[in-house]
Ligand binder design. Sequence first.
Ligand code: ADP
Ligand code: GLC
Length: 478
Amino acid sequence: MKKILFAASEAVPFIKTGGLADVAGTLPKNFDKEKYDVRVMLPKYMCMKEQWKEKLAYHSHFYMDLGWRTQYVGVLETKYDGITFYFIDNEYYFNGFTPYGDMYADIEKFAFFSKAVLSALPVINFRPDIIHCHDWQTGLVPIFLDNFRYSNEYYRGIKTIMTIHNLKFQGTWDTKRVRDITGLPQYYFAPDKLEAYKDANYLKGGIVYADRITTVSNSYAEEIKMPFYGEKLDGLMRARSNCLSGIVNGIDYEDFNPETDQYIEKNYNVESFRKEKVKNKAALQRQLNLEEDPKKMMIGIVSRLTDQKGFDLVAYIMDELCQDAVQIVVLGTGEERYENMFRHFEWKYQGKVSANIFYSEELSHRVYASCDAFLMPSLFEPCGLSQLMSLRYGTVPIVRETGGLKDTVEAYNEYERTGTGFSFVNYNAHEMLGTIRYAERIYYDKKRDWNKIVERGMEMDFSWKNSAKQYEELYDDM
Ligand code: ADP
Ligand code: GLC
């Protein structure tokens, strides 16, 4: 039996700010349970819902040095869907209204978490063969592990994987402070180790010290070796390319299933969508005060409202797009300028645009189920889960050909009658608008072809099955 520990800063259903939570929360249960004992370790955030906090049982606690500080480390645990989740407790570090946001605090918070993950292993009596780290928040785990090995036999032989969900966020701060916080020897603060461009860089440290590096799609694994996507670490990615691979994400096919989804008006599947899916659209039009016309093409967006997702392109053509026979439904939060941009267009095009600037699991399912098309024109996209959710619900993705979007959405070819969505190459607002308008034409004028696109999308398999197999192979290989 191979023992694997996921170390992550978020996981569904406990705490979520983005796709990382979906991955860390739902991938573990998809491994072959006879061969792999996969457990997950998370911070115990005060901002977790009561409903989940109540379920955590006290396991033990101890005190840990972090630089010159000595800190309390509580360990709690719970089982969910057959998987053991451990929670690292410290009310000083994990007390915010959101899991993160303020870099100054986050830098110390995740140094604490990363060291606590390792220090807790003997306490919970689970010595993993592999620690599978996710994103910059756990970048210091491989470094602390390297440091621990010298003085403590227990840690020798434990391997690490660093999975990059987003290279843009690296966790950097000046070396002096990070030295002070972590108490790590000067040795690590060098340009071939934890340091990048004179600062300490958690993700870089993780990438240098991990035994293997993965990212969440093949295309992104290639892209980050180039300056445009490399976020100034492309040289390092090239240098480590023999240890770097891409494994595309899946989604939970039970949580996201139009046949059984409790949140949506009318359940449907690949046989019945032609008749039933539209009832969801009608219900959503009523709910959101949009013009009630089930024939109108509805385009959905469910997203963090940030630069990454291509909203400057959307802002640029919104007026033009709103001249067309379309409705636009947005669900998302993020940068104020994009939140206000969508609020503005809702006000300007009442009955046509609906801006829902909040977070709602329920509404997200209703959008995936109700819309005809889903827009995701990302500047970069390590994998993207929203387009997979759309495909699952028969909602045709319109995407830019980058990262995971390129790997999971096949462009419609009207001559060969293939493809599951629409895509464009260049980061250009009118190229995007042209693609949306092409989709409109197929939707209105070639309904049979449109429905075939929907059908092919729904027949794709982006459950975790295939990806979990690839992670198993990687674990075996190490
Ligand atoms: P990222 O991780 O970059 O934000 P992904 O596409 O991988 O992008 O994952 C985003 C996840 O967050 C999806 O599960 C999506 O449905 C969800 N999501 C984003 N914004 C909201 C929101 N406002 N309400 C509900 N779910 C949201
Ligand atoms: C990141 C990426 C997204 C990916 C998710 C889960 O948030 O932005 O593309 O799907 O992580 O891996």
